[in-house]
Design a protein around this ligand. Structure first.
Ligand SMILES: Cc1cc2nc3c(=O)[nH]c(=O)nc-3n(C[C@H](O)[C@H](O)[C@H](O)COP(=O)(O)O)c2cc1C
Length: 402
């Protein structure tokens, strides 16, 4: 085969990734998403920084159809990391600049919204503040440090649901296309789902119907409180991967209820920070296609798009995730962090020039509290600590460090 014929063959093979995707009332220009990945480039006061705008703008410029930001906190009580963006009316101007910059490059812009619940930070203040959880169940915050969060009052539950709604409305006003509700990894909403973390005996705990109430209320009230074509997705805990925990059967049961509540897309996210430490689950995030079986199970239960995610491999594996695992689209976190031009290169039939993850040990995880960098970036990009690409492609933006 000639070189040109080879490029054409690759383009044809990967064409399914580049078909438009309807999500809610909006259209993504392709089926490749930036998966949420906390890079912690935000300002300490919770506002959006120029660095953050540049980072996400660069990912949009690289060709993803949808940029989902890292998790932004719905309020201060739900913030986990010191440089995590906090959604508020005061931070609207920076949020607007972020949405505009992603749109300038043709991608849909979606904010992941989180209340980190029992994982709220800063951790050195753990004993001095209320850490909200459905129940006061001790857990290992980090290896060797077991802590006990506080059981939420009825008022705190109501305030937290409303914080999600208000955050979604601020994002809508800022011009974002939607929000992605974080109901996984052990954060607040997934805490309510889990029979291990939720020991309540009121309407928020006990039966399946009571444990899913918080998640459904959040989705219902956001869809009721935002415009008809505003996208609402859910990162759903698919399986806690521990005895007596939330299971994939529970997630399959909840998925159509989320759809009925107004959700427009779902991600299947197995394990929590805590259960990832169990010997059986160690290294899960590095196993190829580790969430695909759960993703397929959810796709069988709903008619909204289910997005495949989790160490998906190369573009051929991603087409396979769509055909064999019924995913409507694929989401990449680390791959797009290493090489923002991943989509463009694949579209051009130049997948061999993709700069590859993984690195060992992963620097992106180790530097999360101070701003992530990637061991596979060129030295110039590493020293800058963000963006992840050469200077010529740098997008120059008005400074907004305040
Ligand atoms: C450094 C880092 C930060 C992450 N932050 C988030 C986050 O803010 N929200 C979220 O839902 N997932 C987060 N994830 C998980 C990713 O979205 C994704 O599910 C996981 O990395 C597997 O996908 P990948 O193989 O494409 O990286 C993070 C992952 C990494 C490596």
């Amino acid at each position: 085969m000639t070189e040109v014929a080879e490029i054409d063959a690759r383009k044809a093979e990967f064409a399914p990734l580049f078909e438009p995707l309807e999500i809610g009332g909006r259209t993504a220009h392709n089926r490749i998403m930036q998966a949420p990945m906390s890079v912690s480039y935000g300002n300490a006061d919770g506002s959006v920084s120029a660095k953050e705008i540049e980072h996400y703008g660069r990912r949009a410029q690289g060709g993803v159809g949808v940029v989902i930001t890292e998790n932004f906190a719905v309020n201060l009580a739900g913030r986990q990391m010191p440089l995590q963006t906090v959604i508020s009316d005061e931070h609207l101007p920076g949020l607007r600049r972020l949405a505009d910059e992603v749109h300038r490059h043709g991608s849909l812009a979606v904010v992941q919204i989180v209340h980190s619940g029992r994982y709220a930070g800063p951790w050195d203040e753990y004993e001095r503040r209320r850490r909200l959880a459905p129940s006061a169940v001790p857990f290992e915050l980090m290896p060797g440090r077991t802590v006990t969060p506080q059981e939420m009052t009825d008022e705190e539950i109501e305030e937290s649901i409303e914080a999600f709604v208000h955050a979604a409305q601020v994002c809508e006003r800022a011009g974002f296309d939607g929000v992605d509700v974080h109901a996984a990894q052990g954060f607040l909403i997934s805490g309510f789902l889990s029979p291990r973390a939720n020991h309540r005996t009121d309407q928020w705990g006990g039966s399946f119907e009571n444990r899913v109430r918080f998640a459904l209320e959040v989705v219902r009230r956001i869809t009721a409180g935002t415009g008809p074509d505003f996208i609402v997705g859910v990162h759903l805990l698919s399986d806690e991967l521990i005895e007596d925990g939330w299971t994939i059967d529970d997630a399959v049961r909840l998925a159509p209820l989320l759809e009925a509540a107004g959700a427009h897309f779902l991600f299947a996210i197995p394990a929590t920070f805590e259960t990832l430490r169990l010997p059986a689950n160690q290294g899960l995030l590095n196993r190829e296609g580790y969430a695909l079986a759960d993703s397929k199970a959810l796709a069988g239960a709903v008619s909204i798009p289910v997005i495949a995610n989790g160490r998906l491999g190369g573009p051929a594996d991603m087409v396979n995730a769509m055909t064999e695992y019924n995913a409507s689209a694929v989401a990449l976190a680390r791959a797009i962090f290493v090489d923002p031009d991943w989509p463009r290169k694949v579209a051009a039939g130049a997948s061999e020039s993709i700069r590859a993850c993984p690195c060992d040990p992963p620097r992106c995880l180790r530097t999360q509290l101070t701003g992530s960098i990637c061991g596979h970036w060129p030295p110039s990009a590493q020293s800058r600590g963000h963006l992840g690409y050469d200077e010529q492609k740098r997008v120059n933006l008005a400074s907004d460090e305040s």
